[in-house]
Design a protein around this ligand. Structure first.
Ligand SMILES: C[S@@+](CC[C@H](N)C(=O)[O-])C[C@H]1O[C@@H](n2cnc3c(N)ncnc32)[C@H](O)[C@@H]1O
Length: 543
């Protein structure tokens, strides 16, 4: 009978299903949308309507991608492409799915084929642009080279720049710091990218009063919900979360995961959603709420990390908490050699000083420009005792220990900051401490040094008896590598031409600290803009 499909769907019913699908699309009700698409697909295949079949398969693939079902989405695209090998919609959907899985080369091929199949016009241009984007991401995923110059120079205009995940020359190994840690497997230059990791999930909020715990709880609950959902949707994500510490395992026998699971799957992998990786690890467990909550307690990081204020997260978000898997293997040190920067959902970890092959990579979990007792409190809150060389020196040096305690007490009781700094400097001079140890103490009392340099009145009183701001900043930079507050002091101090060498030497030192602070994310000309922002923004940064 005319108007009736083989499976019994008449044209009216089919039309009704198509309008229903459009409504669900606008409502972003992806589950229901997939169900309606499935009915249309059944009708189209039995009615031999190839055009409808292919376009609906492509639409269902997009919806499945949104639900985190990449494997299902790819299967839909392949079914559409089996029926019509140059179907532009299916090629675009497949390209987007492959790009989401980090298979940039294959995604670029799909977009290029879609451009050809579109036969010109705006659609072809758009597909070509997507192919070009994937080509850039492919190069970045291989090299870790990121250039944010244009974005920085444009004042962070528009959306965050595209970033591909990247795993540099690093490896998870047993660490003398505790459990596992991340180690360099090759020499790495200061500023070079070590990891670019996309968050499993991030909870963000604008909290007027940073101490508002109800609001913070709301952000936290939202974040936990997103992590659980991500783990449920994708076996690979669950498997990756399960590699992380719950804080309860035997520190003597840490399980060291194979690095292969942190790299994007290769083009030949048949199970594109990561199921293969999950199986390889023998992890078949469903997302286990209890365990994941423990993992989050030990591993989540806040976005208010150093550099977040300057690099574009400022203004809108003032509370962000997230889980980035591979960076979670990095242990803390108060004398770190790496730093992280947050750009959108990505955390970029870079070497903040030269790192030798075999050296453990560490970054600060909290503000390390404070005295040892404050750092102890912070590390205990994380559940460990920091035993880095700086902490050991400050806690154990028999000559300077008393001076450190006295300085801390004087500062806490609101004593003359200038007097504390002058006494500390004199004590260090008399005790003939090594340059490295001098730098440790200056870093620990950085707030006193910077308050002194900030105050004209105090500088008039004590200025002649303290080393120049730029010189102190330079030594402190050697301890904490990069830091906006130290960079700001270096910029300000070097303008006065204060004990930093000639103009070129000064410029080199500023750029070196800039690279340590932000990594090699921008070219030299764009770095000036970052420096200007550093000078503007440091008031907002908690030091
Ligand atoms: C984000 S995880 C770091 C990776 C962890 N070591 C592992 O095996 O998975 C944080 C935990 O590592 C340990 N940790 C990190 N830095 C440390 C340090 N400097 N000294 C001792 N333990 C540390 C603590 O147990 C902390 O709760």
């Amino acid at each position: 009978m005319a108007g009736i499909q083989d499976d019994g769907l008449d044209n009216d019913t089919l039309q009704h299903l198509r309008s229903r699908a459009t409504q669900l699309l606008f409502k972003e009700d992806w589950r229901e949308y997939v169900a309606v698409c499935s009915r249309i697909i059944d009708a189209a295949s039995s009615g031999d309507d190839r055009r409808l079949l292919c376009s609906t398969l492509a639409h269902r693939a997009d919806a499945r991608a949104r639900l985190g079902d990449a494997a299902g989405g790819l299967a839909d695209c392949d079914a559409a492409l089996a029926a019509e090998p140059a179907h532009p919609g299916a090629l675009l959907s497949k390209g987007a799915l492959l790009r989401g899985l980090g298979r940039y080369a294959a995604a670029a091929d799909c977009f290029r084929a879609a451009a050809l199949a579109s036969g010109g016009g705006a659609a072809a241009d758009e597909a070509r642009e997507l192919a070009e984007q994937c080509r850039r991401l492919e190069a970045q995923a291989k090299s870790g080279v990121v250039d944010l110059s244009e974005w920085v120079l444009a004042g962070f205009a528009g959306k965050f720049p595209d970033l591909a995940e990247y795993v540099g020359s690093v490896e998870v190994r047993r660490s003398p710091h505790g459990g596992r840690g991340l180690f360099a497997v090759k020499n790495v230059e200061a500023g070079a990218t070590l990891i670019i990791a996309k968050a499993v999930a991030i909870g963000r909020g604008v909290i007027p009063d940073a101490a508002d715990s109800d609001e913070k709880m709301f952000v936290w609950k939202d974040f936990v919900g997103k992590v659980l959902e991500a783990a449920e949707k994708c076996p690979k994500t669950a498997a990756l979360i399960y590699t992380l510490s719950t804080g309860e395992e035997h520190q003597d026998e840490p399980v060291v995961p194979d690095m292969v699971i942190f790299r994007n799957e290769t083009e030949g992998d048949s199970l594109s959603d990561g199921t293969s990786a999950a199986r390889a690890m023998g992890t078949q467990e469903a997302a286990h709420v209890d365990r994941i909550l423990k993992v989050l307690d030990v591993n989540c990081l806040t976005e208010d990390a150093p550099a977040a204020d300057v690099l574009g997260n400022n203004g809108v978000v003032n509370c962000g908490v997230g889980l980035w898997v591979l960076p979670s293997f990095i242990n803390h040190s108060c004398h770190p050699n790496a730093r992280r920067t947050h750009i959108g959902d990505h955390a970029i970890v870079h070497a903040s000083r030269d790192i030798k092959a075999g050296e453990e990579i560490t970054f600060p979990y909290f503000d390390v420009l404070v005295p040892v007792s404050k750092r102890r409190e912070a590390s205990r809150a994380w559940g460990f005792e920091c035993k880095c060389d700086r902490c050991r020196f400050e806690a154990e040096d028999s000559i300077l220990r008393q001076e450190i305690l006295k300085s801390e007490k004087d500062l806490a009781s609101g004593g003359d900051i200038g007097a504390v700094v002058v006494r500390l400097e004199e004590k260090m001079r008399k005790s003939v401490v090594r340059e490295r140890q001098k730098a440790f103490l200056r870093a620990s009392f950085w707030s006193a040094y910077s308050a002194l340099y900030d105050s004209d009145k105090l500088m008039r009183k004590w200025g002649r008896r303290v080393p120049s701001e730029a010189l102190v900043a330079e030594t402190v930079a050697d301890v904490v590598s990069g830091n906006e507050s130290v960079l700001k002091a270096m910029l300000r101090g070097s303008r006065d031409g204060n004990g930093c060498g000639n103009r070129l030497e000064v410029e080199d030192k500023v750029v070196r600290i800039g690279r340590a602070t932000y990594g090699k994310l921008v070219k030299r000309h764009a770095m000036r803009d970052l420096f200007r922002l550093t000078l503007d923004a440091t008031n907002k940064i908690n030091i």
